[in-house]
Design a protein around this ligand. Structure first.
Ligand SMILES: Cc1ncc(COP(=O)(O)O)c(C=O)c1O
Length: 405
């Protein structure tokens, strides 16, 4: 057996951190194998099945032999469905040649960064952020510029913070609302505050990650930058996908709409890396976007109930403050009140990673610690699991906190 020398691996790779969530997932898996009753609150996907009509469209595509290569960045039927969706939901007008389809939202974001970043280019990323943004920027040769948006502003970046973070080297702002990991959603007027800043800086583009668009609750109305400020249309890449709202995480379809030259550059990268996203999944996505949308509201009723349950139970835990977010299926409680305390098993909690590890080892509840998302001391709970699991997990968290001394 030969071992791979570190010199053999690329220098780019050394800039990228291993996923900080892997250690917790591995520990949870080990504890499960050892027979411990583990409740996972780490999943970044809905626990619902893909709707029947969408599955049938995938099966019909297989039966019809739509199993060959397609055009590199998506079939025209899907691009047309995306244009119709953007007009219907976002009042945004795009032609099919301004649209690109990739293997999940992740590939779309990655293509966009690879297509645009040069060494020294800065990308503003409000923190806490989805774990992949900074590392994708690093892989593409750019420099991530995190901007801490804490609990005091509802985990939302203020216009003043954005203004202060912009330099002549800024190329992109990555904007994600509702957010993974906090669930925070920017209202149209909050977003306008940010787009007004961008109007003053014509060299800065916006990459908006609208993946959780349909997962919004109460009276909150989703808004996206190019809709709120049409003057930004020429420098906005609107990214979205079917993974979360349509419970299609495994099908791997994401898309973006934006200026033609950027879309063509992204297509070029995809043409020399993965080629087309799965043909069958593309046909299923056509049905997702063109078919009935009513189930979105009934899924959201379930998510609202779970969000309320989790927020109430976590706020009742000693030392924890849990804001009630506008969307997605995450909450991001603050654990400042637990720091400096010691668990019954003798672990002193100095940071959120120690909190999450002790919580898992001592109670079997698996959450992701805040440092992974660039803002501490917090942890992320995904409430995309059953009410019974959530009640049991939150009870264990309450007991864990009550036992700290
Ligand atoms: C904010 C955000 N953007 C993008 C993605 C990637 O989505 P996909 O599974 O379509 O690649 C995720 C998935 O967790 C996400 O949370």
């Amino acid at each position: 057996m030969s071992s791979t020398s570190p010199d053999f691996l690329s220098k780019t790779l050394s800039r990228v951190k291993p996923s900080p969530t892997i250690a917790v997932s591995n520990l949870a898996a080990d504890l499960k194998v050892a027979g411990k009753d583990v409740i996972g609150l780490g999943a970044g996907e809905p626990d619902f099945d893909t709707p029947e009509n969408i599955k049938k469209a995938g099966i019909a595509a297989i039966n019809a032999g739509k199993t060959k290569y397609t055009s590199v960045d998506g079939i025209i039927e899907l691009k047309q469905a995306i244009c119709a969706k953007l007009e219907r939901d976002n009042a945004l007008f795009y032609a099919p040649d301004q649209v690109t389809v990739g293997t999940g939202g992740k590939q779309i974001l990655y293509n966009a960064l690879m297509a645009t970043l040069n060494s020294g280019d800065e990308v503003i990323i409000p923190a806490p952020y989805w774990v992949s943004y900074p590392d994708m920027v690093l892989l593409a040769g750019g420099t991530p510029v995190p901007v801490a948006a804490g609990i005091e502003t509802g985990f939302k970046m203020t216009p003043e913070q954005l203004e202060a973070a912009i330099t002549p080297k800024t190329k992109w702002l990555i904007f994600n609302s509702p957010s993974n990991p906090t669930g925070a959603g920017y209202s149209a007027s909050e977003l306008k505050g940010l787009t007004d800043v961008l109007l003053r800086h014509p060299h800065v583009w916006v990459m908006t990650d609208d993946m959780y668009e349909h997962l919004v609750f109460d009276d909150f109305k989703f808004a996206t930058p190019a809709e709120v400020e049409p003057a930004l249309y020429e420098r906005t890449l609107t990214c979205n996908g079917v993974s979360k709202a349509y419970a299609m995480t495994g099908w791997r379809i994401g898309y973006a709409a934006g200026p033609k030259p950027l879309i063509a550059a992204m297509r070029k990268i995809q043409s020399q890396s993965t080629s087309n996203p799965c043909s069958v999944s593309q046909w299923a996505a056509v049905e997702a976007l063109n078919g009935p949308q009513e189930f979105l509201a009934s899924n959201n009723e379930i998510f609202v109930r779970r969000r309320n349950l989790v927020v109430e139970m976590l706020n009742a835990a000693e030392g924890i403050t849990c804001p009630k977010p506008e969307g997605a299926f995450y909450v991001y409680p603050d654990i400042s009140g637990c720091l400096g305390k010691t668990t019954p098993a003798g672990t002193k909690i100095e940071n959120d990673e120690q909190f999450a590890t002790a919580l898992l080892e001592e109670t079997g509840v698996a959450v992701v610690f805040g440092a992974a998302f660039g803002l501490s001391p917090n942890f992320r709970v995904s409430y995309a699991t059953s009410d019974d699991n959530l009640k049991e997990a939150c009870t264990r968290i309450q007991n864990f906190c009550a036992a700290l001394s």
